[in-house]
Design a protein. Structure first.
Length: 102
């Protein structure tokens, strides 16, 4: 937790930025993996003459796992946005009462 004088909305914003940075890194890694898998599948399909590759089930499982992780990340992001909204309202209410948000 930050210092006593630090605004709580700034801490939540930093936490949100960390989550977004981590999510972007995860998406980048998954994209690289997907491109590699697609390339491998295309090579195998060319070699086999057509049809699907034996790794299709593995890729489907990986896609489902990624969808679950993205769902979790979206839920966390939504939670952080709600916290930021709440903190913003609290800061505005505090300022309206003549106090400071800090």
């Amino acid at each position: 937790m930050g210092s006593v004088d630090e605004r709580p909305d700034l801490e939540a914003l930093r936490e949100l930025e960390d989550v977004l940075r981590h999510l972007a890194q995860e998406l980048s890694a998954w994209r690289r993996r997907a491109l590699t898998a697609e390339s491998r599948m295309a090579d195998q399909a060319r070699e086999a003459g057509a049809g699907g590759a034996p790794e299709h089930d593995e890729i489907e499982l990986a896609n489902r796992a990624l969808e679950q992780r993205l769902g979790t990340a979206r839920a966390r992001l939504s939670e952080l946005i709600s916290r930021l909204d709440f903190l913003e309202v609290q800061a505005l209410n505090s300022e309206a009462r003549g106090g400071t948000a800090r």
